[in-house]
Write a protein that binds this ligand. Structure first.
Ligand code: GLN
Length: 193
């Protein structure tokens, strides 16, 4: 069985644990660099990216996490997607630079403080995720992906902006797939391990 680590310093890591298990994987919480040795892939959960970053540094995890992501799959959701980016704005903030995306924090402003929508699946996702029905997406103070590099594939959009993107081993969603009962994205991530 594939083992997925979930960075468990802050945010909704518990919901990800359940989603990984429902998708057929084994989930372990990761709080130390040694914990990274036990896992095939890592999830960076939603939460508050500034706080998460502070805790990551406090635990000496910035470099170990970045190194992990250079060789193995990482799935970042919401704040986790912010951490994966190559550039963060509003305000500027340090990030791992593991995906060639530029994100603006809280990009939807008040308009999208919290909203549940149904996203149509782009072609590349429909084949791989299975099923034709759209993806239920929960947005909570979500960032907007403003720029994507040439190697980044957009798998879903909302209001014209990319909200689910893939680059090589990595996957980033600006919404919270762990908060619905649709586990297709967690299965997609497991397939990368
Ligand atoms: N707004 C948060 C941030 O900037 C992200 C919100 C979330 O993860 N739901 O870090």
């Amino acid at each position: 069985m594939k083992t997925v680590g979930i960075l468990a310093l802050q945010g909704d890591f518990e919901a990800h644990r359940k989603a990984v298990e429902a998708a057929g994987g084994r989930a372990v919480e990761v709080r130390t660099a040694a914990g990274l040795d036990q896992i095939g892939g890592l999830i960076l959960p939603g939460g508050e990216s500034t706080t998460m970053l502070r805790l990551i540094h406090a635990e000496g995890l910035f470099e170990p996490l970045q190194r992990f992501g250079r060789g193995r799959p990482v799935f970042g959701t919401c704040a986790g997607a912010i951490l994966l980016a190559s550039r963060v704005t509003h305000p500027e903030q340090e990030s791992f630079g593991l995906m060639d995306i530029e994100v603006e924090r809280n990009g939807y402003g008040r308009q999208l403080d919290s909203r549940v929508v149904r996203l149509p699946l782009e072609d590349g996702l429909r084949e791989r995720a299975g099923g034709d029905d759209g993806l239920e997406a929960v947005f909570i103070r979500a960032p907007i992906i403003r720029e994507t590099g040439a190697g980044v594939r957009v798998l879903a959009r909302y209001l014209g902006d990319p909200v689910l993107v893939e680059q090589g081993l990595h996957l980033a969603a600006t919404f919270h797939p762990e908060l619905t009962r649709d586990h297709r994205l967690h299965r997609l991530f497991l397939a990368k391990i």
